[in-house]
Design a protein around this ligand. Structure first.
Ligand SMILES: [Zn+2]
Length: 106
């Protein structure tokens, strides 16, 4: 992530990813609070990859186990992969911006 105030670049940790689910973060250098922007390209890429991974995982699990119920269990694997992907996109893809004056600082 890149701080919009001081341009310091730092890595998004798993703790920060889960703790700041709204996409608001503190810069580790200047301690300013900023947000990650949610663009249409970010949403489109996330949904597209989620559909591809979910479909592939369900197909492979159903093929290996010959059970449609087990295929639904494959969604757990998909969820883990998607969380890792979403964190990577937050860290490398999404642009950051200062918080608006009327936005809550939490
Ligand atoms: Zn900063």
């Amino acid at each position: 992530m890149k701080c919009p105030y001081c341009n310091h670049t730092f890595a998004l940790t798993w703790k920060e990813y889960f703790w700041e689910a709204r996409g608001h973060h503190n810069c580790v250098a200047c301690k300013s609070r900023f947000k990650l922007l949610c663009s249409w390209s970010y949403l489109a890429i996330t949904v597209l990859i989620a559909l591809i991974i979910a479909g592939l995982a369900m197909f492979l699990v159903a093929r290996w186990t010959h059970s449609r119920i087990a295929a639904v269990g494959g969604l757990v694997i998909v969820l883990v992969v998607l969380l890792a992907l979403d964190r990577w996109l937050d860290d490398h893809w999404r642009k950051s911006a200062p918080l608006e004056p009327d936005e809550p600082k939490t």
